[in-house]
Design a protein around this ligand. Structure first.
Ligand code: FAD
Length: 296
């Protein structure tokens, strides 16, 4: 029996991939929850200020998208949404930086206008719906579920909680707290994902998720008035419309090696799958497959 400890994006993908390859799997999750339930689920192939494609994004997404689509087909539930991403120019220098890199970015460019560049091949995943679907499929295929460990080979997918508790003491991390708002902006009708510094994701009927902050101290301080103010100001850079805040959440991104996932083995602790950083949706299915290849 293989025990997958933690059922966030990492644990869900590892558990489902092992199960699909004939392994008997028990999930152990103590129910504290992690950043997967907070994440905006953005899939942005060219995130960040420097127009650099995310690390191995094409390869990782070529595994992830079919994995998500297959689950959607199997269950009739839809949780991943293809949406164009408009990366707005910050200023003329920013635009010139893009032009210098444009050739390399061709696979993701839909159109370039005076407003910005629209990326194709991105979108967002409703991570909470995904976790629910993943749990139903896992249990439906005969997977076991427990709040306590009962023995067997362990794969620890405990996210930032595991890194902060130093489950694998030699693993250094730079996990980052993030706050995020869900807002209602009546009458805006923006259907694209907007990105400049920060982003706005349309989720339904003029409801949007906006974020996110990055903070490396006070990781466990939860949602704060300062965080909310920062994101409200950020929203003001995208629209001058009035808005209401519907929800305010905080989570901790598990960051080990920039946002590159890490798979590690320790003879006493077993396996660790962690470090999905701020791009768990892109990388989680591929680390699941990596655990299959390692024949855990
Ligand atoms: C504000 C914010 C916005 C983000 N936006 C995005 C985004 O737009 N796109 C994107 O791809 N990523 C985003 N992320 C990052 C994303 O959340 C992470 O990459 C990903 O969710 C990490 O998944 P995980 O499974 O490693 O960890 P977690 O989601 O933290 O899962 C860990 C699980 O382990 C369980 N657990 C922990 N310790 C134990 C224990 N000792 N015993 C039993 N169970 C345990 C917890 O209950 C939890 O279910 C965002 C993160 C934050 C904070």
């Amino acid at each position: 029996m293989t025990e997958v400890v933690g059922f966030g994006l990492a644990g869900a993908c590892v558990a489902l991939q092992l199960q699909a390859h004939g392994k008997k799997v028990r999930v152990v999750d103590d129910g504290r929850g992690g950043s997967s339930a907070v994440a905006a689920g953005l899939v942005n192939p060219v995130a960040g200020p420097n127009f650099e494609p995310s690390w191995e994004v094409a390869e990782a997404w070529a595994v992830a998208l079919p994995f998500y689509r297959e689950l959607e087909k199997l269950t009739g539930q839809s949780f991943y949404h293809d949406v164009p991403i408009l990366r707005l120019w910050r200023d003329e220098k920013d635009r010139a930086k893009f032009v210098r890199k444009q050739e390399r970015l061709e696979p993701w460019i839909d159109q370039v206008t005076n407003e910005g560049v629209t990326w194709t091949g991105g979108g967002w995943m409703d991570t909470r719906s995904f976790l629910k679907v993943a749990k139903d499929v896992f249990l439906g295929r005969g997977g076991e579920w427990s709040r306590n460990t009962e023995g067997g080979t362990q794969i620890r997918c405990t996210g930032a909680a595991g890194l902060i508790a130093r489950e694998f003491p030699e693993v250094e991390h730079r996990s980052a707290k993030g706050e995020i708002l869900t807002v209602h902006v009546p009458g805006w009708h923006e259907s694209r994902i907007l990105n400049r510094s920060g982003w706005v994701i349309p989720i339904r009927e003029d409801r949007y998720r906006v974020g996110a902050t990055y903070e490396w101290d006070n990781l466990e301080s939860g949602p704060t008035p300062e965080g909310r103010e920062k994101i409200e100001r950020l929203l003001g850079t995208f629209t001058a419309r009035d808005f209401q805040v519907i929800d305010h959440q905080a989570g901790i991104r598990p960051i080990i090696n920039r946002s590159k996932p890490v798979v590690k083995y320790h003879p006493e602790m077993g396996w660790m799958v962690n470090g999905l950083g701020s791009k768990g949706v892109i990388y989680a299915p591929r680390v699941g497959l990596e655990m299959v290849a390692r024949e855990v």
